[in-house]
Design a protein around this ligand. Structure first.
Ligand SMILES: [Zn+2]
Length: 139
């Protein structure tokens, strides 16, 4: 599993409504005081082939390892998304999306910043730069 992060108190951004949230040091999930929805604070590490119908959402990071084959509706992360495997999804990230060498990404991507290594394969609609709002509800 992922090594335990050094959880210092931090301010995170609600991925539902965009409101800032003060999280306690050891919190792994909490409820947004603005929209009252549950939010996940943990980093998520995905290393296996999986069909995941529900959205993957966190205020932390999402890391998709080189062995992962992931097909899901939405991956949303406030901090960053790093892809080394094969992913079909919509991405929403308020930080950096990294597509590493050997990765294949298919879908739409909305991110504050994008980094693509040589050899990464990508297709879809990319909107990189100002990310103004929380992800819109899936159609
Ligand atoms: Zn909220």
């Amino acid at each position: 599993m992922f090594p335990p992060a050094n959880h210092s108190p931090r301010t995170v951004t609600c991925y539902h409504c965009g409101a800032p949230i003060e999280s306690t040091a050891a919190a792994r999930s909490t409820s947004c005081p603005t929209c009252n929805k549950r939010i996940v604070l943990d980093d998520m590490l995905i290393e296996v082939a999986t069909m995941w119908s529900g959205p993957i959402e966190t205020c932390g990071r999402v890391i998709i390892g080189p062995a992962a084959r992931l097909s899901t509706r939405l991956i949303a992360a406030a901090e960053s998304i790093e892809i080394s495997g094969i992913v079909t999804s919509r991405l929403s990230c308020k930080g950096l999306v990294s597509l590493n060498t050997g990765s294949t990404f298919k879908g739409d991507c909305q991110a504050a910043a994008l980094e693509v290594e040589r050899g990464a394969v990508l297709s879809g609609f990319f909107q990189v730069g100002a990310v103004n709002a929380a992800p819109s509800p899936a159609a």
